[in-house]
Every structure is written in C-alpha cells, then in structure tokens.
Design a protein around this ligand. Structure first.
Ligand code: NAD
Length: 320
C-alpha cells in the first residue's frame, strides 16, 4: 500500500515543492489549502496526477478530511511579514487551532506529524548563530508577534501532544527559504529584489543593508524536512544554510543575475527587523545527516530565471 500524506498549505510555496517530492517518492498526497496566500498555479502541473488532490479546505477543519494518513505536514500559515500583518488573526489561528486539528488527525491515524516552525521563534537573537537550545528574544505584542508567538505556541502544543498523547511529532525550524514559486508580490526580500531588478526599478533595501541573512534553497529545505519526517526525531531541528550574507550583497547578486540597471534605494528598517540570522545546523548534520547543497549563486540564478518567465501569472500578481 502506498503511504498517504496530508499536506496543509500544499498550494503554498514550500508546500507545493513538498507535494512534488512526496509524489516522486510514491506517496498519495492530499493537499489542503484555503488559498489565502498560496495559489492553485503552484500545483497546476499536478492536476493530471492520479495520486494528488488539492482540497479547498481550512487546516482548522482537518479532522473532516476523509481518509487515513501516515504523514501529516503542517505548512499552512501566512509566512511573509506583509501577509501576516494583513491577516493577523488568521495567522494566529494557523498556529493555534489549525495546529491542534492537524495534531488530532495524526493522533487518530497514528501518523508522523511535522510542524513547520521558523527561525522567527528566535526573534531578534541575542545569541549568534542560533542553536535550537536558544530560547529567543521575541517581542510578545509587536507587529511581528502574530507570527512569532503563533509558532512558539504551535511548538508548545506539538511538544505537549508528544508528551501527553504520545503523538509521533517532529518540529523543524526553517530559516529564510527562497526559490521558484515564491509569489513575486509577497513582500519577502528575494521576490521584492527580483521584481524590482527585472523591471530596472530601484531595489528597496531596508536600512543600510549591512544586516545579514542566510538563504536556504527550497530543494535543500524539502530534503531536510523529509529527512526529519523519515526519522523519529522530535526536534526542534534547524534547517537552513549557515552561509551569512549582507542584504546589500544579496541585492547586488540579484541585480547582476537579472542583467539589470537598477540602483539601490535605501528605506527605513521595519519594526523588530532582526539584525542577524544564521542557523547552527550541528543537530541537523548529526541527527539527520543533512547539509545544504545548493549555493546561493546557483539557487538565486534559478529563482531569478523563474521570476523572469512567470512574473505575469495570476498568483504572482497577488499582493498583501
Ligand atoms: P506560503 O504563504 O507560500 O504558503 C502557506 C500556504 O498556507 C498558502 O498556500 C496559504 O494559502 C495556506 N494557508 C494559510 N492558512 C491556512 C489555513 N488555515 N488552512 C489551510 N491553508 C492555509 O508560505 P511558505 O513560505 O510556503 O511557508 C510555508 C510554511 O513554512 C509556513 O508554515 C511558514 O511559516 C513556514 N516557514 C517558511 C519560511 C520561508 O522562508 N518560506 C521560513 C520559516 C517558516
């Protein structure tokens, strides 16, 4: 019998890549998505795939999805700051009631459950790089708190279901991930820089650009998430690329790859924007035998090319 996976957020950027890889590995995949921030175009290529179905369904009602699942992946949540600030209550619900519903599906079916948590649980970190043992520096009621605190609650709930209901759970803390199928208008750094560069518009750079980010290619992330799913590790485990680059360097690489004449436009830093982010991936190396393989020049070249050819699709034109 093929294994069956429930992918909440399956029409999103990361969720759609997970669906692709699970199908490639022989799973039957049921994707549920409200299409709040994702889009059908992300899974259009799977419509004729007999082992795939996309249901327009809220993860908070996951218990009403028919069938038995071996693997439940919770990747349903607005993920970019403009989207989660536009939908603050939906974001809190994705971390709270949707997480609980999906955990109850996993409990009912004796399935492995994976929670997509985030480096945002570390907030503006006082420890660098961030190991999983660092508890974070999060403002509990600032504008970003709807996302950060929802994920911190989701982690606590997941750990509680493991401890008291014996659900086989795993938590992955995902660092800044990019790649094809990000929505051009979703406000995250890579699409924002690429959109501007491809139009030869000024590149909107927050602050002086000396703040750093570590960029993970989506294929590397999917490999890490499924390595965690295949293990019985509870996590949390960081999955991210430890190579740290300044935001200005990233902007310059994208301008070059796009063959653009864009100049940099310096803009104010958003509230609670973290200064530095870099994963400590010792645990992923040791427990999952996982390492990032795609360097940022290669991944960014592929991503900019994808934006060049897909920038007119309906999903890409959606904006928070
Ligand atoms: P995305 O916005 O592209 O995908 C999220 C998907 O979830 C969308 O398709 C959206 O419509 C759907 N969704 C939202 N609320 C829902 C609900 N209640 N029920 C069903 N579907 C719902 O974002 P993404 O970048 O693909 O992120 C996927 C997951 O990974 C999220 O949980 C996010 O917090 C996490 N994550 C992503 C990153 C990153 O860099 N991309 C970093 C850290 C964590």
């Amino acid at each position: 019998m093929p294994q069956r996976a429930l992918v909440a957020g399956g029409a999103g950027f990361v969720g759609s890549h997970l669906c692709d890889e699970l199908l490639r590995r022989g799973y039957e995949v049921v994707a549920i998505d409200t299409l709040l921030t994702g889009g059908r175009t992300n899974v259009d290529h799977l419509v004729d795939e007999p082992n795939f179905i996309l249901l327009h369904h809220d993860a908070a009602d996951a218990l009403s999805v028919e069938g038995h699942f071996d693997l439940v992946l919770h990747f349903a949540s607005p993920a970019s700051p403009p989207w989660y600030m536009k939908y603050p209550i939906e974001t809190l619900h994705a971390g709270s009631i949707a997480t609980e519903a999906l955990l109850r599906v996993a409990e009912r079916d004796n399935a492995r459950f994976i929670l997509a948590s985030t480096s945002e649980v570390y907030g503006d970190p006082a420890v660098h790089p961030q190991p999983e043992s660092y508890w974070g520096n999060v403002n509990p009621n600032g504008p970003r708190s709807v996302y950060d605190e929802a994920k911190r609650y989701a982690e606590a709930l997941t750990a509680a279901f493991r401890r008291s209901h014996r659900v086989n759970t795993g938590i992955v803390r995902i660092f800044n991930t990019y790649g094809p199928r990000m929505a051009l208008g979703d406000g995250r750094m890579i699409p924002a820089f690429a959109a501007a560069a491809l139009k030869n518009d000024p590149i909107p750079l927050h602050g002086d650009g000396t703040q750093t980010r570590s960029l993970t290619y989506v294929g590397d992330l999917v490999r890490g998430v499924l390595a965690l799913a295949d293990s019985d590790q509870p996590g949390p485990i960081n999955i991210g690329n430890p190579r740290e680059q300044t935001v200005r360097e990233i902007a310059e690489v994208i301008v070059k790859l796009a063959g653009s004449t864009s100049e940099i436009s310096y803009q104010p830093r958003p509230v609670d924007d973290p200064e530095r982010r870099r994963p400590d991936i010792s645990l992923a190396r040791e427990l999952l035998d996982w390492e990032p393989e795609v360097d940022s020049e290669t991944g960014l070249a592929e991503t900019v090319e994808w934006f060049r050819t897909h920038s007119r699709s309906a999903h890409d034109s959606r904006r928070p």
